[in-house]
Design a protein around this ligand. Structure first.
Ligand code: GDP
Ligand code: IMO
Ligand code: MG
Length: 427
């Protein structure tokens, strides 16, 4: 039975949380496979707003088992705070399962993330400051702390002492900061271990069994294609693989079991943090998108950079991820623009590209080539079928669908669960 991947096609905040939540009553497991509390998903259910960071978005659906996969990096303090906050609002989290192989974000990771960014000055990435990059760096350097290490004090102490031996050199000598004490870090982690223990499992084994029994497993990506450490706008990326391949490594589910790859794409484009963004608008239209779309970060509150839809990026995301369906979100935000430009290629010097340029240097210099589409004035938030949309909104959807190689199966016309047009069911 099917495993479905839900991921972001652009630079994040496309509305992945809402899309996952929408599928909640038709799936059995929702697995977060990458990232950590750099993610921020806002979900609106019956007018109630929930902001999730580490918990998989399926947590709001009563029948779903939420799983934090091995590909995630976990700040345990943040996880427990999030569980407490959501429990206080009457949401049950007792089914939550956490992979024994997931890595732990310690206090030295968050410290190094923040001082490292300050040290970079103008060259900073604009990270969320949550310790994500340093935790993944330790994982790849084979000096990371895994969830299972919290249950073996001797190993835990060895690992933290080993890691801090290197890090304290850097903190003191390069960053002019105080050295951190291994004992303090170990005590902090041990204090969290007992609460975590009942949630921990071999999640890859659990999910294989679930698929064998015919259960539906949804793999939920944090961040997005253009923030992927391999396929995104490196170095202005996150430190994990949000793309479809990352769903396999980050969950332990093999590619042969994945039936559908659903990419979430906004009807325009946003980005948080530094890095190239060809269709960015630094004018009144950009401000209007930011205000109409409430484009302020769920995690850091930073204003999101806004720009027009970029079909080259959507096509790239379709290719890299093997997208079977797109969910087009926030179409309602475009209401009221007289004409809506859509980027169909990039001009770099005398060359016009209709694919992502091979080099980052060319992408930094890319000037968008626009096609102009007519806008609409009618309120579309009440539309529930494609026929309910005004002619030009329909034309916009058809035009951008024709520019990529996968169908638009769902259209978002508002933040609420019900504010969606389902053209083709996803499960
Ligand atoms: P995620 O990180 O991909 O889950 O996205 P975020 O939650 O960070 O940002 C998406 C924002 O858009 C959230 O505030 C959602 O409530 C909102 N949203 C999602 N879909 C729609 C839509 O179709 N229309 C409108 N107006 N808002 C939407
Ligand atoms: P969701 O899941 C948007 C961006 C940061 C920064 C870069 C690296 O809500 O779509 P990091 O802290 O990950 O090392 O920061 O990635 N970034 C996001 N931007 N949405 C996100 O998550 C993001 N997670 C990280 O702004 O530019
Ligand atoms: Mg977000």
């Amino acid at each position: 039975m099917p495993a479905i991947v839900v991921l972001g096609a652009q630079w994040g905040d496309e509305g992945k949380g809402k899309a996952t939540d929408l599928l909640g009553d038709r799936v059995d497991y929702v697995v977060k496979y990458n990232g950590g509390n750099n993610a921020g998903h806002t979900i609106v259910v019956d007018g109630e707003k929930y902001a999730l960071h580490l918990l998989p978005s399926g947590v709001l659906s009563p029948g779903v088992t939420p799983v934090i996969g091995n590909g995630v990096v976990i700040d345990l303090g943040v996880l427990f705070d999030e569980i407490d906050a959501i429990n206080a609002r009457g949401v049950d989290t007792s089914r939550l399962v956490v992979s024994a192989n997931a890595h732990v974000i310690t206090s030295y990771h968050t410290t190094i993330d923040k001082v490292g960014e300050r040290f970079l000055g103008d060259a900073k990435i604009g990270t969320t400051g949550r310790g994500i990059g340093p935790a993944y760096a330790d994982k790849i350097s084979r000096i990371g702390v895994r969830v299972q290490d919290l249950f073996d004090e001797k190993i835990l102490r060895q690992k933290v002492e080993g890691a801090l031996e290197q890090k304290n050199q850097v903190l003191v000598k390069a960053y002019n900061r105080k050295a951190l004490s291994a004992d303090v870090v170990v005590d902090e982690l041990l204090a969290q271990a007992e609460r975590l223990r009942p949630m921990v499992a071999d999640t890859s084994l659990l999910l294989a069994g679930a698929l064998d029994q015919g259960k539906v497993v949804l793999l939920e990506g944090g961040q997005a294609t253009m923030l992927d450490v391999d396929h995104g706008t490196y170095p202005f990326v996150t430190s994990s693989n949000p793309t479809a391949g990352g769903a396999c490594t980050g969950s332990g589910i093999p590619p042969t079991r994945i039936d559908r790859v659903v990419a979430i794409v906004k009807a325009y484009t946003t980005r948080v943090g530094s890095g190239p963004f060809p269709t960015e608008l630094l004018d009144a239209d950009g401000e209007r998108l930011r205000q109409q779309g409430a484009e302020f970060g769920t995690t850091t509150g930073r204003p999101r950079r806004c720009g027009w839809y970029d079909a080259v990026i959507a096509r790239y995301a379709a290719r890299i991820n093997g997208v079977t369906d797109f969910v087009l979100t926030k179409l309602d935000v475009l209401t009221g623009f007289e004409t809506i430009p859509v980027c169909v290629g990039y001009r770099v010097g005398d060359t016009v590209y209709d694919e992502m340029p091979m080099t980052q240097t060319d992408f930094h210099h890319a000037e968008p080539v626009y096609e102009q589409l007519p806008g609409w004035d009618e309120d579309i938030t009440g539309a529930r079928s494609i026929e309910d949309l005004p002619k030009n909104a329909r034309r916009y959807v058809e035009a951008i669908e024709a520019m990529t190689s996968a169908p638009i199966s769902v259209i978002g016309v508002g933040p609420g669960r019900a504010e969606s047009i389902v053209v083709r069911p996803l499960t």
